[in-house]
Design a protein around this ligand. Structure first.
Ligand code: FMN
Length: 210
């Protein structure tokens, strides 16, 4: 049965745009009779990486480096969730032009050169070609014509596509702060249109990947 790994990281458990989009994708996935595995990185927060050695595959660790068995087991669990998924769905709100710290902590556990990413040109890429849908809510608008660069999606694309060789499908809901910040109130219709377009893209991706 095709398995979706659904990861959420928004600290907003009631009005989150990224959670709304990931829930919509997961509902569509279940409707097809497929399986969903959940990991909520805000509710069940990963600790910071306890040692530099865990960034490297065991074969690439230096002789003086060691890791605690419990940490190795936790890392193995997170990585196996990724390897066992047919599709990965990542809720990644923009926090301070970057990802939430909970998501960054998870990334530090699962991006392991020599294991989940090639460390050299001849190394395998075990996650190569695996689809990852990145659903991101952001308060403002970014990209061409806005005068603001999207460093969050750029970093996530570098990580998942550039290093881990996954296939990235970004879905962005912008101007989510139009209902909260008075300066953005005139852009409320643009924010609603962005969310509607993101929902349509989610539905299209469920049909394409499910
Ligand atoms: C800690 C924090 C930092 C934020 N930083 C930014 C930011 O740098 N740029 C931005 O456009 N919005 C920023 N926002 C607004 C969020 O991106 C916005 O509320 C978005 O909808 C969050 O995604 P969510 O709706 O899935 O929770 C920030 C919000 C929080 C809570």
């Amino acid at each position: 049965m095709p398995t979706l790994l659904q990861l959420d990281s928004s600290a907003d458990l009631t009005g989150s745009a990224s959670r709304r989009l990931t829930a919509r994708f997961a509902d569509g996935w279940r409707t097809r009779g497929h399986r969903v595995v959940n990991r909520d990185l805000f509710v069940d927060q990963p600790p910071h990486l306890p040692t530099n050695a865990l960034h490297w595959a065991p074969a690439l660790r230096l002789p003086a480096e060691s890791v605690a068995p419990a940490d190795e087991a936790y890392q193995t669990q997170l990585i196996e969730e990724l390897l066992n998924a047919d599709v990965v769905l990542l809720g990644a709100p923009m926090y301070n032009w970057s990802v939430p710290s909970t998501l960054k902590a998870w990334i530090d556990w699962i991006h392991v050169p020599g294991l989940t990413a090639p460390a050299g040109a001849d190394d395998p890429a075990p996650l190569g070609g695996k689809p990852i849908v990145i659903a991101s809510g952001r308060g403002l608008a970014y990209g061409p014509g806005t005068g603001m660069d999207d460093h969050e999606l750029a970093a996530l694309t570098q990580l998942f596509a550039g290093s881990m060789q996954m296939t990235v499908y970004p879905v962005l809901a912008e101007l989510t702060l139009a209902g909260r910040v008075s300066d953005l109130a005139p852009r409320a219709a643009d924010g609603a249109a962005s969310l509607a377009a993101a929902e349509a893209e989610i539905d299209r991706l469920v049909a394409e990947l499910g």
